[in-house]
Design a protein around this ligand. Structure first.
Ligand code: GLN
Ligand code: ZN
Length: 767
């Protein structure tokens, strides 16, 4: 007997990123609202049809114009008051991107993924209670889904109320009260759905898999909310992706009154590689049983986080174990471990770009559908997906686990420590004046810059012509920074499509897809490389740009590298070696690059680790081991620098207050960190700690097209000084934007930086 199948999410941008391009045109005013909505509908419907065509029985009606959490803010009526004067799509996009006098919502990574969601502020709704829910877009999507697939196959999906409430970190309310305020909106939705013949509603509750779920208040919130939601009579599918449940949470979570409980059988903590072999969800079910008479088990057994095909039959073996535990196939339904939105669309889009050695070894979202359908045929003693003869994943990789681990062991403890402690080396490094100014690295990536790289790739531009053109961009960028009066300059990163690809292509051991785009936030997509073998430094990667930039100026130019942990966390890792060993290999390679930059005279080297936090497991108890090897990797990459060389790091996209000891342990001389969208939490944490090195908290948000005023930036600098960060030493408080400027246009960049330099100068005089 074949088990049922369903999906819990799919790539949302379309096979050719159609939605991205439609959004960007719309924002530029080149597409009408109706045209945008039509483009989005085409992308959604194509995705749903593909899922159905693959044989999936129930399709989760994924789709959003920007972010599913933003959608939830919109439909639950919890739009903050500063956006209330707007309506419809202008309000929707203002919440995401900011509007004059209404700064955008905070953004943060979504659980243990590289996807970024917007952070709700439901308590800010007028009177503290949500406004009237706006179900229109949700119901319209459902109608389209039912038309495309038939009512039986079309399953609406929303972010669950507890997860939504807990995402609003600033909420002063206890969880059950925060959730209670949202429930009327969810109940209204359920009443509407009850009249529309939906087979079920998917409620996505990753919060149930976090350590927070073990707090009594959160349990109370879940139990009260689901008791209420169950009354509507619509079958609920409670979907819990991104990790396994906590030992204490599992026993009560499986008793929540839902029709289906969908669990992640491959999470085991932040994409830890399969080589740990631990399947904690299966262990929980073995230990505590699963009440299958009352509810179905949605088995997330197809790996929605890995691009590697399931050639060793992992999905089938988990399903067989469940069958052996006595769960009848009729009470099991097969799906992916997490939404497939985190994978590229389809390996077929690679065409001839796919090397023969990877043929059949990779599975993107479309291929995962086949894995779901195939796994559903598993029987207790075999089944299609479990056919013998598969090679183990370990044999699939070029390179050896032993080599990776040996590289790590060969270097002694001295390789991880700078030769002098900060207190002694800081005096040997660059000294400027109060409030030194700098930027984070990239400058606007104009169409012209992108065309240049495309032409080189296509072979219509020779290497020499390309280098001449890039040198021109570097000269332009350096000239602008000199003209503005910035103290520490950058070369502008015109040669980089993104901060991982540039290095990955030069390191080897990584494969870059042609069409493997994954949504990062809003319309932004990234193309994470696949680590397919051993990583090694093959020669200088960034010294040419450094030398070109430095040749145009007497001011110091920063070398600009992406850190080992970020390269790893923004790639699809190998499955045969631990992430720790892969990070160490990357670190050893970057260490060679740091040395190469120094050899060319570079005295300030920035090693970006924006993704440091993204690798954190959802479970707090797993944080320490991750942070230990992540910090080690950063130190291995940078400790080779002479004491007089200033090592800078940059962190963004997250809150970092809770990993401050690890940031301290990185031992960077300067910490530039995103701050504008995080409500100064980082400043407070730094001040409350013993962190004593230079800091550059971002003075304005680069994700918003608004130009910050001089007065605004001055007030930021004054706030930093008043707080006492960097020991209250003005020469150690750096003034820089929140992040790189590559997504911005030149006009706003120039205006913003001009104001930034002016603000720093004014405060310098005042100091
Ligand atoms: N140096 C990079 C840039 O400026 C850093 C980007 C990032 O932190 N995401 O683009
Ligand atoms: Zn950044």
């Amino acid at each position: 007997m074949t088990m049922d199948t369903f999906t819990i999410g799919f790539p949302r941008m379309g096979p050719h990123r159609e939605l991205k391009f439609a959004l960007e045109k719309f924002w530029k005013g080149a597409l009408s609202e109706a045209e945008l909505l039509a483009a989005a509908a085409r992308v959604e419907e194509e995705a749903w049809r593909r899922q159905r065509a693959a044989g999936v029985q129930r399709v989760g009606l994924d789709g959003t114009l920007y972010d599913q959490v933003l959608d939830t803010i919109a439909w639950t009526g919890t739009c903050p008051p500063r956006f209330q004067h707007l309506s419809g799509l202008s309000r929707y996009f203002a919440m995401a991107r900011g509007a004059p006098s209404a700064p955008a919502l905070d953004m943060s990574k979504f659980f243990s993924t590289n996807y970024h969601c917007l952070i709700p502020e439901p308590e800010a709704a007028p009177g503290g209670t949500p406004a009237a829910p706006e179900l229109g877009p949700l119901l319209e999507r459902l109608e389209r889904g039912q038309r495309a697939l038939g009512a039986e196959a079309a399953v609406p999906m929303v972010v669950g109320p507890v997860t939504f409430a807990l995402l609003a970190r600033s909420s002063p309310l206890p969880p059950h009260e925060a959730v209670a305020r949202l429930l009327p909106a969810y109940c209204l939705l359920l009443r509407e759905l009850a009249q529309r013949r939906v087979p079920e509603l998917q409620l996505h509750e990753p919060a149930l898999a976090t350590s927070q779920a073990a707090e009594p208040g959160v349990r109370q919130a879940f139990e009260a909310a689901y008791a209420e939601l169950a009354k509507a009579g619509v079958p609920l599918n409670l979907v819990v992706p991104y990790a396994d449940l906590d030992e204490q949470v599992y026993p009560w979570a499986v008793r929540l009154p839902v029709a289906t409980l969908t669990l992640d059988f491959l999470g085991g903590g932040a994409g830890d590689c399969a080589c740990t072999g631990a399947n904690r969800t299966l262990a929980l079910i073995t230990a505590h049983g699963f009440p299958h008479a009352e509810r179905r088990l949605g088995a997330g057994v197809v790996d929605g986080r890995s691009v590697w095909a399931d050639r060793d039959g992992t999905a089938a073996s988990i399903l067989r174990a469940l069958l052996h535990l006595g769960i009848p196939p009729s009470r099991l339904a097969v799906t992916s471990s997490v939404s497939l939105q985190h994978l590229p669309y389809d390996t077929a889009l690679e065409g001839t770009h796919m090397p023969a050695r990877l043929e059949g070894r990779l599975a993107f979202a479309v291929q995962k559908l086949d894995e779901i359908v195939a796994a559903a045929a598993t029987t207790p003693n075999g089944g299609a997906a479990a056919a013998g003869g598969q090679r183990a994943a370990a044999a699939e990789v070029d390179g050896s686990a032993a080599a990776a681990v040996a590289a790590l062991r060969a270097l002694g403890p001295a390789a991880y420590a700078r030769s002098l402690p900060f207190g002694e080396r800081r005096g040997l490094q660059l000294q400027t004046h109060a409030f030194p100014t700098t930027t984070i690295g990239s400058f606007p990536q104009t169409l012209e810059v992108r065309r240049l790289r495309q032409k080189l790739k296509a072979g219509t531009l020779s290497r020499a012509e390309y280098e001449a053109a890039v040198s021109g961009h570097i000269a332009h960028c350096v000239g602008i920074q000199e003209g503005l009066g910035i103290d520490v300059l950058v070369h502008g990163e015109a040669e980089r499509t993104d901060m991982v690809e540039y290095f990955g292509e030069k390191l080897g051991g990584m494969w870059f897809s042609a069409a493997g785009w994954v949504q990062s936030y809003g319309s932004r997509c990234v193309r994470p490389p696949v680590i397919e073998g051993d990583i090694a430094w093959q020669g200088p990667m960034t010294t040419w740009e450094y030398k070109v930039a430095q040749s145009f100026t007497s001011r110091p130019v920063k070398g600009m590298l992406t850190g080992p942990v970020t390269i790893l966390n923004w790639s699809f890792p190998r499955k045969d070696v631990s992430r720790e060993a892969q990070a160490a290999q990357l670190a050893a390679a970057l260490r060679a690059e740091v040395a190469a930059l120094e050899a060319e005279g570079c005295r300030i080297i920035q090693v970006d680790e924006p993704a440091l936090r993204e690798g954190l497991p959802l479970k707090r108890c797993l944080w320490a081991p991750y942070l230990a090897w992540a910090v080690d990797a950063f130190r291995l990459a940078t400790a080779v620098a002479a004491p007089g060389t200033q090592v800078v790091t940059h962190l963004c996209y997250s809150d970092f207050e809770d990993i401050l000891p690890a940031i301290d342990a990185m031992d960077a001389d300067v910490l530039t960190i995103e701050n504008a969208r995080s409500g100064d939490a980082m400043i407070k944490a730094l001040v409350g700690s013993s962190y004593g090195r230079d800091v550059g908290p971002g003075v304005y948000d680069v994700h918003s097209p608004e130009v910050p005023s001089v007065e605004f930036i001055r007030s930021r600098i004054r706030m930093f000084m008043a707080s006492g960060v960097a020991g209250g030493r003005a020469d150690r408080v750096w003034v820089n934007p929140d992040c790189g400027l590559k997504t911005r246009g030149w006009a706003e960049t120039l205006a913003s930086l001009r104001n930034m330099v002016e603000a720093a100068a004014a405060e310098r005089v005042a100091a």
